[in-house]
Design a protein around this ligand. Structure first.
Ligand SMILES: C[S@@+](CC[C@H](N)C(=O)[O-])C[C@H]1O[C@@H](n2cnc3c(N)ncnc32)[C@H](O)[C@@H]1O
Length: 319
């Protein structure tokens, strides 16, 4: 496992592929899931563009891929596999600094859950002093990592983290598998966790999570600590071999990632008091629930949904 502590200083100048694609709205989630699974490093969707008449039938999405990624061959294959026709796209080179400039124009603070705010770095100085004691916040600098809080799966996660039965308890140890921008681990610290460990297979995500942690540490003192590692589900066995096991396991990934790691997840589900699993699209929810009851028959899962996305959660103490 590697602890990536430094955001590469070349990062801002590094060249990435930017894919701008217009997709029929009913296929937008499918394309997003497919691209993120296939290696897209970042994603954002434009809800409206100034001075342009938007075709309301289509979603306009931007994806970012590393410069080594065979993007031109990939896009043809992706559209054929997903059976999507006549969908205009543009591929061009871009730098992270351009992406950030774009985000600065569109990304504003918002209340992701009751009294819980997501604040972009550029609004923090003005907004943070205005929050009351009741309010929580996470400061973010968007990067090519999933987790700005705009996606339903992350919103459901933060709602659950603030839940007083299933969410974060004071002094919890938390494992956040698929940490992306680190948003959930930092939120857990904000809710007084003792330790949040975020793991991701993607280097840029680990770098981004460390940057976001630094931004938040500049604004406040947490009682707990967060650590980010580049690794995968097997991290669970290596890291916790000689350490107390996590009290709460959180993971917002796609069903395939959970299913591909069934053996490790089985151990996590039998050894962890509370579990929250997000990233389950409506069409797969029933199948996923069945699968969960097969691999963890001893647990009772409850679910909640938001605009076509499901989160499953369980607490041994309650069920
Ligand atoms: C949907 S994002 C979630 C990001 C953030 N936790 C959130 O809730 O917004 C899923 C993340 O899981 C990571 N990921 C995918 N498969 C993984 C695996 N097998 N092990 C660890 N991380 C994985 C991806 O790189 C991505 O950053």
């Amino acid at each position: 496992m590697t602890n990536e502590n430094q955001m590469n200083s070349d990062y801002y100048k590094k060249i990435f592929w930017e894919l701008r694609i217009e997709i029929p709205k009913d296929k937008a989630d499918l394309v997003e899931e497919f691209n993120l699974k296939s290696g897209a490093l970042g994603f954002h969707e434009i809800l409206y563009e100034e001075d342009k008449i938007q075709n309301i039938e289509n979603a306009v999405q931007y994806y970012y891929f590393s410069f080594e990624f065979p993007i031109k061959a990939y896009i043809v294959m992706m559209l054929a596999l997903l059976k999507i026709e006549n969908c205009p796209y543009i591929i061009q080179e871009t730098k992270y600094e351009n992406f950030l400039k774009n985000m600065k124009e569109t990304f504003r603070s918002f209340e992701i859950a009751k009294h819980f705010w997501i604040v972009p770095e550029w609004e923090a100085e003005e907004l943070v002093p205005k929050y009351s004691k009741e309010d929580h916040f996470v400061i973010l600098r968007p990067a090519f990592a999933f987790g700005t809080g705009l996606h339903e799966t992350t919103k459901l996660m933060i709602e659950m983290l603030t839940d007083n039965k299933y969410g974060v308890y004071e002094n919890d140890r938390i494992l956040d598998m698929g940490t992306g921008s680190g948003i959930l681990s930092i939120a857990a610290l904000e809710l007084n966790a003792h330790e949040a460990v975020g793991v991701d297979i993607d280097t840029l995500s680990v770098e981004s999570a460390n940057e976001n942690l630094k931004l938040n540490l500049r604004a406040k003192n947490f009682s707990g600590k967060a650590f980010f590692y580049k690794d995968n589900f097997s991290f669970y066995h290596s890291y916790y071999k000689n350490r107390p096991k996590p009290d709460l396991f959180i993971s917002n990934i796609f069903p395939e990632a959970f299913m591909a790691n069934a053996d490790i997840l089985k151990d996590i589900l039998s050894q962890t008091q509370r579990v929250i699993l997000s990233g389950i699209v409506e069409d797969r929810a029933e199948e996923f629930e069945k699968w969960l009851t097969q691999i963890a028959p001893q647990r009772k899962f409850t679910s909640k949904n938001l605009r076509g996305w499901f989160v499953f959660f369980s607490n041994y103490e309650i069920n």
